[in-house]
Design a binder for this molecule. Structure first.
Ligand code: VGL
Ligand code: ZN
Length: 240
């Protein structure tokens, strides 16, 4: 390697928040530098949300190996679990005369009715068998109040019952949240938006998510996230 190439490499390695790397195509791409003030939030990678589960998200299982790889870049990882009581208010079966995927009014606003899913302690609610993140530090469960749903890992659907995740991350000096998992347009998006509302910088890793996409919900979710300053990134920017 000649001297000028060596010195330009030295220059690049001195950049604090941005590194450059060569992609297979030979073009340079920006990469995220992950540090101790960053957390990866892995949302709802549970049996219920993959093919064969009670509320399957198309290709939900396909992102497991990618999430495992991304997680190795983070020293801080939080995993979430959707964790409903039997007969939970978000289940269509709890509302006679209604069917899954209908929208109804409940005391805290509109609620999409879902098939029974992620019931506490059932194999359906367990984390996907191939999820391999032994260094994850916290598993936060949500949606465990019988009368309130919680897509978000920060705040329940009533917008006033907190899960404690924001306080936990702040006490741990976390400033940036990277969010991946299931589903892009529900639990990932609501977690990302509430992360912003709690004062964190937030990025959603698009290709490490899969969506339900109910009546345009995916486009609406990206729109809402864009307006609130949630960054949309790809896993290549983290993996280099
Ligand atoms: C979810 C619908 C109902 C999700 C959870 O993880 O996105 N979606 N419960
Ligand atoms: Zn749920």
């Amino acid at each position: 390697m000649n001297a000028s190439r060596r010195s330009s490499l030295r220059l690049l390695s001195g950049l604090p928040a941005l590194a450059l790397f060569a992609t297979p195509a030979g073009t340079a791409a920006a990469a995220e530098t992950i540090g101790e003030q960053d957390v990866l939030i892995v949302v709802d990678m549970q049996n219920c949300f993959v093919p064969g589960g009670t509320l399957p998200v198309k290709e939900g299982d396909q992102i497991v190996p990618l999430i495992n790889r991304i997680a190795r870049r983070f020293q801080n990882v939080v995993i979430t679990q959707d964790w409903h009581t039997p007969g939970h208010t978000s289940f269509a079966s709890s509302h006679p005369g209604h069917k899954p995927f209908e929208l109804i009014d409940v005391p805290y606003g509109k609620q999409v009715l879902w098939p029974d899913h992620c019931v506490q302690g059932t194999p359906d609610a367990a984390l996907h068998h191939d999820l391999d993140i032994p260094h994850a530090q916290l598993i936060i469960r949500k949606g465990f109040h019988a009368q309130t749903d919680s897509y978000s890992a920060f705040v329940e659907a009533d917008k006033k019952t907190y899960t404690g995740l924001g306080g936990y991350l702040k006490q741990r000096q976390i400033r940036r949240c990277f969010v991946c998992g299931l589903a892009t347009d529900f639990c990932v998006a609501w977690t990302a938006l509430d992360g912003r509302a709690a004062g964190f910088q937030v990025a959603v890793i698009e290709d490490a998510c899969r969506a339900i996409d109910l009546n345009g919900s995916l486009a609406a979710a990206w729109d809402a996230m864009g307006r609130k300053g949630v960054r949309r990134v790809q896993s290549a920017a983290l993996l280099g």
